[in-house]
Each structure stands twice: as C-alpha cells, then as structure tokens.
Design a protein around this ligand. Structure first.
Ligand code: PMP
Length: 420
C-alpha cells in the first residue's frame, strides 16, 4: 500500500472526522456526487470574503482590483490544470451541466440543421443527454447512441457504422458516473475528427481523478465541475478550442459579455468574457484554484493510483457476494467507483442500512443515468465512489455492510463469473 495517500492527508479534511448515525465514524463514499473540501479551500473562501471581496472587472478600487486579479489567476490555474493553450479557452461556468448547455445553445443552435447527427453513448449522465435532446427538438438533428458491450464498456466496433459525414458532434462521458468505465476518449476523438465531427468530453468524473491534457486529447470542448474535485459547488469550467469559441455567438446575454450596448443592439465582448454574462461565481472560482493547487501538489497520477488500489480491493471482494450484481467492467477498465444492485432489497434501503449500521455514506437511485438503468433492466442501484482521502478500512466497512445485508435478505444467492 505504498501509494496510499489517505494516511497522510485525511487530517486536511475537517468534515471527515464527523460521526454520523448511531455514533459511527463517517466513511464518505459518495464522492461521485460531490466531494469534501480540505481546510485550505475552506480558508480560501473565508479569506477572500474577509479581505479581498468585491465584484470583478468593474470597479476602479483596491478590492475590485484584488478580486479581479484572484479571479483571473484562478482562470490561469484552470488553463494550466488542463494544459489548454490559452486562458481565453477557459470559461468559468456553474459546472458541467452549465458548460454542456452553453455548447448546445451556442454552438448547437448556430451549426446544426435537420438531418445532422449528434452521437452520444447510452451511458451518458442526464446532463449530457437532455441538452442534446432539446437541441434536436429545436434543430431537427438526429441523436444516435454508442451501445455497450456485455461488461459495460463502449462497443467500439459500432463506431465505424455510427460515425459518418452526417455526424456533426460526438458528446461522450470520459468516466461513467454509474458504471465506472474509463472510456477510450482519445480513440473516439480521432475517429470523430476523421469524419469532420467535433467532440465534447463530459469530464465531470475524470478531471478530478486523473491527469487530463486537452491538447493531447485534442478534444474540442470539455466540461467539469469544481464540487467534484474538492472545490465549491456553483463553479466549473468549459474548455473550448479558441477558434470554435471565437466563432460561437454568446449564449446568455447581460452585463460583462458585451463591448458596447445600444438600445436595440450590442457587440459581444472578447473571449472569455463573451461567455460569462452577469456576476460570475467569484469566490467559488478563486476557491476552485485552491482545490486545483491542492490536487496538483499531491499529483493526479498518485490520486488515480490510490483510487485504483481501493477500487480493485472493493470490486474483488464485492464480486464474491452472492446475489450482488455489479454494474460495469472489471477493475482494469474502471475508475474509483462501483455501483451494484441486489434483487432482494431496494437500493435506497441498502444505502440506509449502510448509513445507519456502518456509517457508510453511499448514493442510491439512478444517479442521473435513467436510460442506462433501463437498459440494464433495473430502476436503481447503490453506488460507492472513492476519492484521495478514502482508506482501506472504509473499503472493509463497505464490504462488511454489504455482507451483512446479503446475509439478512438473501442467505442463498447465485455466484457470478469474475471479470478482468
Ligand atoms: N456528468 C457526469 C458524468 C456527472 O457525474 C455529473 C454529476 N453527477 C454531471 C455530468 C453533472 O455535473 P453538475 O451537476 O456538477 O453540473
């Protein structure tokens, strides 16, 4: 366990020493929904409000200059984190959902017509499905979906028939928030570009957990959220290639996104302001920089390696539980989360027992992937998701809890074949 980070950094997260129901120490395994924050991020939030806060880009006074500088430094840290070429390619948004909607409204409305195709996958989060469904309604564009293999990976053999010169956009999740599958995004981008399609990557579950380099990937757009990477909620980013963003009309109209406004018309501002109408999430963006600094100081490679240790252990042990169905591939194609279903008991009840009797916080439901659950023939699943501060002891407690539920509700189940 030489890669284990949790030993040294758990103390950075005040909330992790909370006790929960029945006095159990908290095992927080709901990180795919939202993560916790280290003290340095919390201190940044109160520090800015105590010393530096004012609106950005507006006032000619000291505090406005300070907060503007901090806000723009945060943008530079996003650029550096993603290895984008230019800060003008990094737009602050409310998060992944807002980033994807910006592309659908701005790029989509300007570029898609009836009969054009948008290629998605069946494992997308609702926030990478609904905006395209709405765009299809407005434009007459057609939605297609990459299907799954039996073990919950993308069926790459279908790509050659699904991609054609009608495909204008491919929008894919890089790590599934339900299956845990790590998708071969780079390969999909190469194939999409070969037919002239652009690619948007929903990186909500990958940017927080592994190194991502937008130039190396050559993606056209990429979206992520601050709250899934130790930052505040209410902030995230949209990366877009500069030439694309330049050519796109602004989506939201209002203050900051203009150069000049007349009574009946306006001229838009330059990038990135063109896509940041209104007062932005100033302090959340500045605190997201503190989160990025924290994560990069530790190293995204190390964070990924740590989660791989935990997920491999969790997967292998859960695989042995009679009657438990694990969704998605084996640990070698999987990021640090695992969802499962159990015939005898509803996912919500499962999660309730894990919380009440073991102090283990997991998510239960469809995790905003209803179509995927329908495809798998279930309505809900229980999901445990890890981050850098989780420990092998927490995996033990999860597994112990699952065994206890299994013993209580289904003393005899069936064995399943393990996956690689
Ligand atoms: N995509 C994926 C894969 C996600 O896991 C999530 C969050 N559950 C989102 C998009 C949406 O992110 P947000 O709610 O922060 O906009």
């Amino acid at each position: 366990h030489s890669q284990l980070l949790s030993t040294s950094l758990r103390g950075d997260f005040p909330i992790l020493s909370e006790t929960v129901h029945n006095g159990h120490p908290l095992a927080f395994l709901d990180n795919a929904a939202s993560t916790q924050r280290p003290a340095c991020v919390i201190d940044t939030i109160s520090g800015v409000y105590e010393r530096d806060y004012a609106n950005v880009h507006r006032g000619i006074h000291t505090l406005s200059e300070r907060s503007t500088e901090l806000y723009e430094r945060a943008r530079e840290s996003v650029r550096n984190f993603l290895n984008a070429k230019n800060v003008s390619e990094c737009i602050f948004t409310q998060g992944t959902t807002a980033s994807i909607n910006t592309v659908a409204r701005s790029w989509g409305d300007a570029n898609l017509a009836a009969g054009d195709e948008i290629l998605l996958t069946v494992m997308e989060h609702h926030s990478n499905l609904v905006p395209w469904q709405q765009l299809a309604e407005r434009s007459g564009a057609v939605l297609k979906h990459i299907p799954l293999t039996d073990d919950g990976r993308l069926d790459m053999s279908s790509l050659d028939t699904l991609l054609s010169e009608r495909t204008k956009l491919v929008a894919i999740v890089s790590v599934s928030n339900t299956l845990g599958t790590i998708n071969p995004v780079k390969e999909i981008i190469e194939k999409a570009h070969a037919v002239g399609a652009l690619v948007l990557v929903d990186a909500a579950q990958s940017v927080p957990h592994m190194p991502i380099d937008v130039q190396e990937l050559d993606c056209d757009f990429l979206a992520f959220s601050g709250h899934k990477m130790c930052g505040p909620s209410g902030v995230g980013a949209l990366y877009g290639k500069e030439a694309l963003l330049e050519a796109m009309p602004p989506f939201l109209g209002g203050g900051s996104m203009i150069n000049e406004v007349r009574l009946d018309s306006f001229t838009p501002a330059e990038l990135p302001a063109k896509f940041e109408a209104g007062t932005p999430p100033i302090v959340p963006a500045i605190a997201m920089k503190a989160a990025i600094d924290y994560l990069t100081h530790i190293g995204l490679e190390k964070i990924h390696a740590h989660e791989q240790v935990l997920i491999t252990e969790a997967y292998n042990r859960l695989q042995e539980v009679d009657g438990l169905t694990i969704l998605g591939p084996g640990p070698s194609h999987r990021a640090g989360l695992v969802s499962f279903s159990f015939e005898k008991i509803h996912a919500h009840e499962f999660a309730q027992i894990l919380n009440d009797s073991f102090g283990v916080a997991v998510r239960a439901g469809h995790h905003c992937t209803q179509p995927l659950h329908a495809l798998l023939g279930i309505t809900a699943s229980t999901r445990a998701s890890f981050y850098l501060y989780n420990t092998p002891e927490e995996v033990d407690r999860l597994v112990e809890g699952v065994h206890a539920v299994q013993k209580k509700f289904a003393p005899q189940g069936r064995k399943r074949k393990p996956r690689k």
